[in-house]
Design a protein around this ligand. Structure first.
Ligand code: SD4
Length: 326
């Protein structure tokens, strides 16, 4: 059966057409560098930290690392680092990845007890021949490198977990990250320095109350983060399983390589999820992308995804357009 017919049967065609229309929208404009873009409201202070590094002439890798350390160290942020909501057994387990302009990459997953997993990921990248360390091995490595072990489960996060345990259900909510002062989501950040070199970072405590041992897209190079300094980069937030199944950030970057604008590439990657994973009703995914010219794109499966864009001396919170209008 033809693809259009299949999609029509699934009730997807009208929406697909509207997504295709939306693809034509992008600003083909070259912006002053540097540029920093990151997911969600917590991207605003994170962008400030990253831009400070760039304005002082620091490296683009330092910029993204310092940027995402802001929510990692914030106990009021319940989806990144310290204060992150635990898994269903009460363990706060963290995932993070980083990529530099030289194509080097590092990540950690299922890491407990370390406030700044992004900095451990960077050490994996720079001081080992590997890309990813997990669990106890990642913790041992971090301790050897001088990171201090910290209890990441704050009283507020513990209380939420205990409330959750009473109900004993697991229903991911769309945009739960937007609930004021309660849930803010994964931070993914891309930065382009004044020379046009790009780095990216992504860090999270993952889905709240996930199964013990679950790892999401954020530490998977090509899923939660990808940077190719010849083309640009992408990062994601939301239900990591949907991103992993479609290798989202690599897909977005490859689409840019083929000539799509960052906006077009993000939209096509969301469309890929819709086409390949029909059971997407209860989930959110958001992509951010930036190309070598500093053009940016943002698109999500559902309404409610916002992001912080710092360029031309302005750091603004913007709403992404979405595939579904609900
Ligand atoms: C994950 N993408 O672990 C991350 C978390 C997230 O909405 O962004 N949740 O799947």
């Amino acid at each position: 059966m033809e693809r259009a017919a299949l999609l029509g049967m699934a009730g997807l065609l009208p929406r697909m057409v509207s997504a295709r229309k939306a693809v034509s929208y992008h600003q083909n404009q070259i912006h002053a560098l540097p540029v920093v873009i990151s997911t969600w409201r917590h991207g605003i202070p994170s962008n400030v930290a990253a831009m400070k590094v760039l304005e002082k002439g620091g490296s683009v890798l330092d910029a993204v690392e310092q940027g995402v350390r802001v929510p990692e160290g914030d106990p009021a942020n319940h989806s990144v680092g310290l204060g992150g909501f635990p898994d269903r057994d009460g363990h706060v387990t963290l995932d993070a990845s980083i990529m530099g302009p030289d194509g080097n990459a590092g990540s950690v997953c299922f890491l407990e007890g370390i406030v700044h997993p992004i900095s451990v990921a960077r050490k994996v990248m720079e001081e080992t021949p590997h890309v990813m360390l997990s669990g106890d091995g990642a913790l041992q490595f971090a301790l050897q490198k001088g990171f201090k072990k910290t209890d990441l489960l704050t009283p507020a996060a513990k209380q939420k977990w205990q409330q959750w345990r009473q109900k004993h259900k697991y229903h991911p909510e769309i945009n739960w990250e937007n609930k004021p002062n309660e849930y803010h989501d994964t931070i993914g950040m891309l930065a382009l320095d004044k020379n046009g070199d790009m780095a990216g970072a992504c860090t999270t405590s993952g889905l709240a109350f996930k199964l013990h041992g679950r790892v999401g897209d954020s530490p998977i190079i090509g899923a939660g983060l990808y940077v190719d300094n010849a083309v640009g980069g992408a990062t994601s937030t939301g239900m990591g399983e949907l991103v992993m199944k479609t290798v989202g950030s690599f897909l977005v970057t490859e689409l840019m390589r083929q000539g799509r604008s960052p906006q077009q590439a993000c939209e096509e990657a969301v469309l890929r999820i819709v086409e390949k994973i029909p059971d997407n009703k209860n989930f959110q995914v958001g992509y951010l992308a930036m190309n070598k010219q500093g053009e940016t794109g943002a698109y999500s499966l559902r309404k409610g995804f916002n992001y912080a864009l710092y360029r031309d001396k302005q750091n603004r919170l913007l709403d992404a357009r979405s595939y579904y209008t609900f």
